[in-house]
Every structure is written in structure tokens, then in C-alpha cells.
Design a protein around this ligand. Structure first.
Ligand code: ADP
Length: 192
């Protein structure tokens, strides 16, 4: 099963990824988590990515694409994955589409999480009290949302038209369990 999650930061993609991961026994590929792991280990990539991340800017496409090229080769990707936070730009979506085509693979479902930006801001501020993330301050959140509108929203429009039958808009303002139910309802139809 290959699942693509789209939607703004703080929309709940990470939470639902964890749920889907267990349900389908496939890995969550979160470029944000991967980058944070690099920052923590202070790798060359981590050093470069950190500056962009702290400002809420997107990390350069070439860095992301090099990282994903390696990740897709991992053994655990054989039976599918949940893409969370990738692709975020046109070059990234081109890379994904070409990769899928070359390997004769396809996406099974695309969930686009729709949510009011005011709710997102509140959620991220709430989360920042529990988890210390250097990009969870109000100013940086604003930049992240701007980047979403400028760079990532147009990408979701492309997926919406290219994969019209597989593209599902999810109301991400609902409760976690309600969203889980909705995702499962849609996925049951995909499996049959
Ligand atoms: P959120 O979606 O809540 O902003 P993520 O954990 O997905 O959080 O990403 C955190 C930061 O990591 C982003 O603001 C950006 O700097 C960087 N990042 C993550 N994924 C990508 C990507 N696909 N392309 C460019 N930058 C990325």
C-alpha cells in the first residue's frame, strides 16, 4: 500500500501516519523526522538543513531528493509506505512521479488534510508546550504556513487532478478517532 498524505503543518498527518503504519505494517516516511534525526546526529546534511528548518523555510530540493533516493532503496519500502511531508515542492513531486513510473509503481491513495490555519496555529502552539521543537514559535509557524501556501498547496492541486479517483479530501479539524475511522472507510474500498 502506498499512501500519500498532504496538508499543512500541524494538520495531523504525523498522528494519522502512526496509526496507518500499525494498521498496514508499512513504514512512515517523514522527511521532517528524517531531517530532525540528521540535525540531532549533526551530520553534514543536518548542519545544512538546520538553518532552513529553524527559520521555517523549506530545505533545498537537492538535499531532500538525495535523501529520498537513498530512503526509497531501503528494504522496508518494498511493500509500500506512508509519505508524510514529501513531496512539498514541484521538483519533489516530479521526482516522486518519475520514481514511481520507472519502478512501475503507483500511489494507492492520496489523503489531503484540509484545516483552518487558525486551528493549525493553535495546535502547533499547544504541541510546543509538550515537545520542544525549535520551529514551533509563532513567527516560524507563520513562515511554515506561508511556505505551504506558496509551494505545497499547488503540488496538492496537481495530485488532485492527476490522480482524481485516488485523491480524497479529509476534514482534519475533526477528532483523531473520527479521522481514523474515515481513513479506514476509504481504505477498505481501496483494498477490495
Ligand atoms: P511540519 O509539517 O509540521 O512543518 P515537518 O516535520 O514535516 O513539520 O517539517 C519540518 C521542517 O523540515 C520544515 O519546515 C522544513 O524546513 C523541513 N522539511 C521537511 N520536509 C521537507 C521537504 N519535503 N522539503 C523541504 N523541506 C522539508
Amino acid at each position: 500500500m502506498r499512501i500519500l498524505l498532504l496538508g499543512p503543518p500541524g494538520g495531523g498527518k504525523g498522528t494519522q501516519s502512526k496509526f496507518l503504519m500499525e494498521k498496514f505494517n508499512i513504514p512512515q516516511i517523514s522527511t521532517g523526522d528524517m531531517l530532525r534525526a540528521h540535525v540531532k546526529k549533526n551530520t553534514e546534511l543536518g548542519k545544512k538543513a538546520k538553518e532552513f528548518m529553524n527559520k521555517g523555510e523549506l530545505v533545498t530540493d537537492s538535499l531532500i531528493l538525495d535523501m529520498m533516493e537513498v530512503r526509497f532503496k531501503d528494504n522496508d519500502c518494498k511493500n509500500g509506505y506512508i509519505l508524510d511531508g514529501f513531496p512539498r515542492t514541484f521538483p519533489q513531486s516530479e521526482f516522486l512521479l518519475t520514481f514511481l513510473e520507472q519502478n512501475k509503481l503507483s500511489l494507492d491513495i492520496i489523503f489531503d488534510f484540509k484545516i483552518d490555519f487558525r486551528i493549525v496555529q493553535e495546535r502547533i502552539m499547544e504541541r510546543s508546550k509538550l515537545q520542544k521543537r525549535s520551529d514551533d514559535s509563532i513567527d516560524v509557524i507563520k513562515v511554515r504556513l506561508d511556505k505551504y501556501i506558496q509551494e505545497t498547496y499547488p503540488v496538492s492541486q496537481v495530485f488532485g487532478s492527476k490522480f482524481a479517483d485516488k485523491y480524497k479530501v479529509i476534514d482534519a479539524s475533526k477528532q483523531i478517532l473520527e479521522i481514523q475511522k474515515e481513513l479506514m472507510k476509504i481504505l477498505k474500498k481501496v483494498e477490495n
